[in-house]
Design a protein around this ligand. Structure first.
Ligand code: RIB
Length: 311
């Protein structure tokens, strides 16, 4: 492995989280008990989770020219993230995500991409030399698809491992342009969309993952929400990583906590299964607290959680 640095080429948002007893009906106004604002965005969340667990992380992203931008950059800096490739876009808003969380902890999210929609292949090329020092490049789909395809190709060209979390669920992803990925990390819905196959059971998930692996992707990790994850790799038996039972308070960003933690432990050891075991637990711990990045444990707090639930 080239080194242990992780690059995230992806999004950042400001999360505007409303905790509500129920969603309003059309034309209705209701009062919600609580609101919180925090840093979010799938890319930034994954970067922060990895950094909070001690990884060296570099972020390639775009912010607007509003007050949200200053806050986002400060947040990266205080988390020790390399911000050399975080650029401001004049005349554009930062990405924003109004989020609604119900009493069971389930969330509904709207995203306004803002400056994230301007992250281009040229921006990735500007970071090329720095990317070459990274062991893993992590991506999501809140930035233009062309930028994702370009980054997958760049990773393959330089022998850098790449991970794509295809979220939000893609309407028009060209599967032929992500075949060089090392890791695809979809949930069941995203896997069904990308493979074009039904995914209603774990057997379906394995079949769909094998089709993508036959096309070139080395490993597919299927997230199963509260049930853990499946690890499907070329030439290996499927592995199931079980969940831990917790009482959810807010599930927002749990998938990102999972990916950040997986990336951090994978680059350290190269052991996918052990990294997934930790990632499932890190995500479970995150849903016991409100907020997105605010709910991500530090390495010390995560060690305490592991001691409680078992490694
Ligand atoms: O995955 C959770 C994230 O999705 C939130 O932080 C929100 O910003 C959206 O990007």
């Amino acid at each position: 492995m080239a080194g242990q640095k992780i690059a995230v080429v992806g999004s950042n948002m400001v999360d505007l989280i409303t905790y509500t007893d129920r969603m309003p009906n059309p034309g209705e106004t209701i009062e919600a008990p609580r609101f919180e604002m925090g840093c979010g965005g799938k890319g930034a969340n994954q970067a922060i989770a990895a950094a909070r667990l001690g990884a060296q992380v570099m972020m390639v992203t775009k912010v607007g020219d509003d007050i949200f931008a200053d806050n986002t950059i400060r947040n990266f800096e205080t988390s020790g993230i390399d911000t050399r490739f975080v650029e401001r876009v004049p005349g554009t808003s930062s990405g924003v995500a109004p989020i609604f969380v119900d009493p069971t902890g389930e969330n509904s999210i709207l995203i306004i991409k803002g400056a994230n929609a301007k992250l281009s292949p040229a921006d990735v090329d500007r970071a090329e030399e720095a990317l070459k020092d990274c062991a893993l490049i992590v991506m999501q789909l809140e930035v233009p698809l062309e930028t994702v395809y370009h980054t997958v190709a760049l990773g393959a060209r330089h022998g850098i491992e790449t991970l794509l979390n295809p979220a939000p669920a893609p309407a028009e992803l060209d599967a032929s342009r992500i075949e060089a990925l090392t890791f695809l990390v979809p949930n069941q819905t995203e896997l069904a969309t990308i493979s074009g196959m039904p995914v209603e059971s774990e057997a379906d998930a394995e079949k769909a993952a094998r089709v993508l692996i036959d096309r070139g992707i080395r490993t597919v990790i299927v997230t199963l929400g509260g049930k853990g994850a499946l690890l499907v790799s070329a030439g290996a038996e499927i592995r199931r990583i079980g969940a831990v039972a917790v009482t959810p308070v807010d599930t927002t960003g749990a998938g990102d906590a999972f990916i950040g933690a997986f990336s951090r432990y994978y680059v350290e050891t190269g052991d996918m299964e052990a990294a997934l075991h930790k990632a499932v637990r890190y995500a479970a711990d995150s849903i016991t607290r409100p907020g997105t990045q605010k709910s991500y444990a530090t390495a010390a707090d995560f060690a305490a959680f592991l001691a409680k639930v078992g490694e």
